[in-house]
Ligand binder design. Structure first.
Ligand SMILES: C[S@@+](CC[C@H](N)C(=O)[O-])C[C@H]1O[C@@H](n2cnc3c(N)ncnc32)[C@H](O)[C@@H]1O
Length: 327
C-alpha cells in the first residue's frame, strides 16, 4: 500500500474529516464562483452578526497600538506618534470596518486609503456608528468626530483607484490579510508603483489553519495542492504559503524586510507528528520553519535608511510582547 493511503487508512476519523472539509469547501467555492455578490453578502452578514461595538473598538485600538509597538521594535520610528503623523496610510484588507483608519486619522495621518479584494465592508450604518463613536471616544475625541475623520475615505478594489490623485502612500498596514492573498508577487507588483521611495509597510501574517484542522494544527497542510486549489479557488481561505517566502516578499519590487519576528509557534512534537505525511512542498521544509504559525513583518522602500538584517525563517526571534496585544 502506498504511504499516503496507509496514513489515511489507519486514521479513518481523520480521513472522514478531511473528505468532508474538502467537499464542503469545494462546494462553497463553486457557489462563490457562480454568485460572488451572494458570497460577499453572506460574509458581510456573518461578520456583521459577530460585531460587538465595545469589543470591536477595543480590537481596533489594540491593532493600531500593535503597529506602533512593532514599528518601534523594528527601529523605523523613534516615538509612537511618528508612525501616523502627516502620513498617507493605506490599509490592506480592512475587513468590515474602517476603525483602524479612523484611529490613524485621529493620531495625525494626513490621509487614509483602504484596499480590499472583497466587498465585505459592513452596510449596517447603525452598528458602524456605534463602533466608530466608541473608537473616537477611546482616542479622546468627541464621539461624533468620526464622521469628519472618515469623510471621503472608501474601500477600493485596487491600488490605482485608491491613489487616483497621484500622491504616493508612505505607510501600508495589514493584519491577517497576506495569508489570504493568492498571488503575493502580483499583489506587491501592483502595490509598489503607489509607494513613496521611503515607505514603511507593517504586516501581521496569520499562518494558522483558520479552523481547518482536526487534531493537529497543521492538518490543513495535508490536502494535496490540486485538492486545495479546488477548495480555495473562490474562497478567502489561507494560501498556505509558509514563513520563508514572506522574508523575500516584495524584493523584486525594491522592498526590503527590515524586521521579521514570530508571533505564534507550534511545538516540535506537533510538527514531527505530521511532517512525514505532508505533501512534498511542505514535508521538505525544515521543522523550525514549519513551526512558525504567525509573523510580524516590516518592509521598507528602496530609499528608506533602515538596514536589512540577514533573516532565516528557522531562526527568527519571538515577536516583542511589550506593548503588543494578545489579539
Ligand atoms: C481575516 S480578514 C482581516 C480583516 C482585518 N484586517 C482584521 O484585522 O480584522 C482578511 C481581510 O483580507 C481581505 N483580503 C483577502 N484577500 C485579499 C487581497 N488579495 N487583497 C486585499 N485584501 C484581501 C479580506 O477581504 C478581508 O477583509
Amino acid at each position: 500500500m502506498n504511504p499516503p493511503l496507509r496514513f489515511w487508512m489507519s486514521r479513518p476519523a481523520k480521513a472522514l474529516w478531511a473528505a468532508r472539509t474538502a467537499l464542503d469547501r469545494a462546494y462553497e467555492s463553486a457557489l462563490a464562483h457562480r454568485a460572488p455578490k451572494l458570497y460577499a453578502w453572506r460574509i458581510r452578514r456573518r461578520r456583521g452578526a459577530a460585531v460587538q461595538p465595545e469589543e470591536s473598538a477595543r480590537y481596533a485600538r489594540a491593532v493600531a497600538d500593535d503597529y506602533e509597538a512593532i514599528a518601534l521594535a523594528a527601529g523605523v520610528i523613534t516615538s509612537r506618534d511618528d508612525l501616523w503623523r502627516g502620513r498617507r496610510v493605506l490599509e490592506l484588507g480592512p475587513g468590515d470596518l474602517r476603525s483602524v483608519g479612523l484611529i490613524a486619522r485621529a493620531r495625525g495621518a494626513d490621509r487614509y486609503i483602504a484596499v480590499d479584494a472583497y466587498d465585505i465592508e459592513s452596510r449596517d450604518e447603525e452598528k458602524n456608528r456605534e463602533v466608530y463613536e466608541r473608537v473616537a471616544e477611546r482616542e479622546g475625541l468627541p464621539r461624533d468626530q468620526w464622521r469628519e475623520l472618515l469623510a471621503g475615505t472608501t474601500v477600493r478594489a485596487n491600488f490605482a483607484d485608491a491613489v487616483s490623485d497621484g500622491r504616493r502612500v508612505d505607510l501600508v498596514i495589514s493584519r491577517a490579510v497576506l495569508e489570504h492573498v493568492r498571488d503575493l508577487p502580483g499583489l506587491f507588483a501592483s502595490l509598489a508603483p503607489v509607494l513613496a521611495d521611503d515607505a514603511v509597510l507593517i504586516h501581521k501574517v496569520d499562518l494558522r489553519s483558520h479552523g481547518m484542522h482536526r487534531d493537529n494544527v497543521l492538518d490543513f497542510l495535508l490536502f494535496p495542492e490540486a485538492v486545495y486549489q479546488q477548495m480555495a479557488s473562490h474562497l478567502d481561505l489561507p494560501n498556505r504559503v509558509r514563513a520563508p517566502a514572506y522574508l523575500t516578499l516584495g524584493a523584486r519590487d525594491g522592498l526590503r524586510v527590515v524586521h521579521a519576528s514570530v508571533s505564534h509557534r507550534t511545538s516540535l512534537d506537533t510538527v514531527r507528528a505530521l511532517r512525514p505525511h505532508l505533501p512534498p512542498a511542505f514535508a521538505q521544509l525544515p521543522e523550525e520553519e514549519l513551526r512558525v504559525l504567525g509573523l510580524w513583518l516590516v518592509q521598507v522602500g528602496p530609499r528608506h535608511p533602515a538596514a536589512a538584517p540577514a533573516l532565516d525563517a528557522g531562526a527568527l526571534a519571538d515577536a516583542p510582547t511589550d506593548g503588543v496585544s494578545a489579539f
